[in-house]
Design a protein around this ligand. Structure first.
Ligand SMILES: NC(=O)c1ccc[n+]([C@@H]2O[C@H](COP(=O)([O-])OP(=O)(O)OC[C@H]3O[C@@H](n4cnc5c(N)ncnc54)[C@H](O)[C@@H]3O)[C@@H](O)[C@H]2O)c1
Length: 340
């Protein structure tokens, strides 16, 4: 039985807590949050012991696994404290605020021998797994063009941490990091990135709220991504991609039904995608719970087998932070930047 402690019972923490109920051999035993109302809800929903902060919960001991769902600036210190205390760690994305913090987390994982997995959830999202398989297998020939989109309204979070660059890193860092990570997972590190972004000073002190990025690989194919956290209320969150291959096109749009279509013949086809969560009870407060469940299943499977997660290694998650940081540098320098 893995005894799990959860740090942060905000938006993501609540989602992970619900999904943690769905595994055999996993027990959510404690939840920490600095907000009294969140602790009350945690006690009411799960009857677990609650703590006033993650630091105190970890220090009290008795846990095998710590889930980290606090604002990003707290990922590194809490993950390092948890591993040093002998716990395996599942930590939400982005891994940490910068590569130096990521390196410290990796060093702690090596020193303690504990598992550290970052929740780069697109690696467990059926539509993105489908695209990666198509690229790897060359079923539709070589990839020619890929565009990714992730746009929605502003997130604020506890204490407006999302709007504070020093605590959340801005939209380009926090939200667009998903697509950056997917691009790297599917295609490797590009030779260079060129990003440009729009800002909205009143809300973010100049933070980049809307960005376009070109990932430059070679002349053989082109890749771009758009990310935003500035759509008006009422505009639904939208994630999509369009991948053009020599012999077909794959299109994903989270707002369409079916979400995924392949155009490689006379008529489009909608591939069947696995949806393990559909078989579980409904009522989740995250609309697409399946991929988050998939990543949890993978994490606990790795722990049971005593193997380190390969789908997303800490080093890969750190490389994503390096590239997205370079995108921010590119926005600010208004020029393409080469990645060594
Ligand atoms: N994978 C995804 O799709 C996805 C989506 C949204 C957010 N996230 C990530 O999840 C993390 C949390 O985001 P969120 O939207 O849930 O934020 P949130 O603001 O809704 O929740 C964070 C919670 O942490 C609590 N907290 C703050 N300091 C704490 C401490 N020291 N100990 C314990 N609790 C503390 C706050 O009270 C709050 O309830 C962020 O890193 C974010 O980038 C991931």
């Amino acid at each position: 039985m893995f005894k799990v402690g959860l740090c942060g019972f905000g938006s993501m923490g609540k989602g992970h807590a619900q999904l943690l109920q769905k595994h055999e051999g996993v027990k959510l035993v404690s939840i920490a949050d600095v907000r009294p109302d969140c602790r009350e809800k945690a006690e009411a929903d799960y009857g677990v012991k609650t703590w006033e902060c993650g630091e105190a919960m970890i220090a009290a001991g008795g846990l095998d696994v710590v889930f980290i769902c606090v604002p990003t600036y707290l990922h590194a210190p809490l993950a390092i404290q948890a591993m040093t205390a002998g716990c395996h760690v599942f930590c939400e994305k982005p891994m940490a605020m910068n590569t130096s913090e990521c390196a410290d987390m990796i060093a702690a994982a090596k020193r303690t021998g504990k598992t550290l997995m970052i929740g780069q959830v697109l690696r467990f999202w059926p539509e993105y797994v489908f695209l990666k398989n198509a690229i790897d297998s060359k079923e539709y020939g070589k990839l020619i063009a890929l565009s990714m989109t992730r746009v929605g309204g502003v997130s604020t979070g506890w204490d407006n941490w999302y709007l504070d660059e020093s605590r959340g890193g801005m939209q380009i860092f926090d939200r667009h990091v998903h697509d950056c990570d997917a691009v790297l997972w599917m295609l490797g590190t590009p030779k260079a990135v060129y990003s440009y972004g729009a800002t909205r000073d009143p809300r973010t002190n100049g933070g980049i709220f809307h960005n376009f990025t070109e990932y430059r690989y070679s002349d053989d194919f082109v890749v771009s991504a758009e990310g935003s956290a500035d759509t008006p209320p009422g505009f639904p969150f939208t994630a999509c991609y369009r991948a053009v291959f020599e012999k077909g096109l794959i299109e994903f749009n989270s707002r369409l039904k079916p979400t995924l279509q392949v155009f490689a013949g006379a008529a489009p086809i909608a591939p069947e995608l696995p949806d393990p969560i559909a078989a579980l009870t409904s009522g989740m407060n995250i609309s697409t719970a399946g991929p988050y469940y998939n990543e949890q299943v993978y994490f606990f499977d790795c722990l049971r087998k005593g193997v380190k997660p390969e789908v997303v290694t800490p080093e890969a998650a750190m490389e994503t932070i390096r590239v997205v940081r370079t995108e921010i540098e590119s926005c600010r320098a208004r020029k393409a930047i080469t990645l060594s």
